[in-house]
Design a protein around this ligand. Structure first.
Ligand code: 5GP
Length: 113
């Protein structure tokens, strides 16, 4: 993948990685919007949620499980947190490599902006 996240997954660009395995990488967001702001990406370069296919169902599940695991790891699981996927322009997506935002460490407002 030629996105910045593809290059982080490939180890070509440094990131503050909190969890990784064969399928996923989780790392701190460079421009955090909350005291805890971690991004969880598949190594597979899927551009947006729209490109997720039936064959990616297990991978999608692993992404969610990783979000919950990392939330525990960084100590926000019990207080609570938010998981967000921005999709395309109206969703606010800026990096076109699928990612989950794990946000916590402060109360989250609703509706989101
Ligand atoms: P999006 O707007 O696509 O949902 O989220 C992209 C996120 O990636 C933003 O929160 C932005 O701060 C973060 N980001 C962009 N470039 C980098 C980078 O090079 N390293 C890290 N760690 N985060 C990045």
């Amino acid at each position: 993948s030629d996105t910045i996240f593809g290059r982080i997954a490939a180890g070509e660009i440094p990131a503050d990685i909190v969890y990784q395995d064969d399928d996923l990488v989780a790392f701190w967001d460079l421009s955090p919007q909350a005291p805890t702001h971690i991004l969880i990406i598949p190594r597979k370069p899927i551009a947006t949620l729209n490109q997720l296919e039936d064959g990616d169902a297990e991978l999608a599940g692993r992404l969610l499980l990783a979000a919950a695991r990392v939330a525990k790891q960084v100590g926000i699981a019990d207080a609570g947190y938010r998981v967000v996927v921005n999709c395309n322009a109206a969703g606010g997506q800026t990096v076109f490599h699928l990612h989950l935002h794990l946000l916590g460490g402060r109360p989250m407002g609703w509706p989101p902006g």
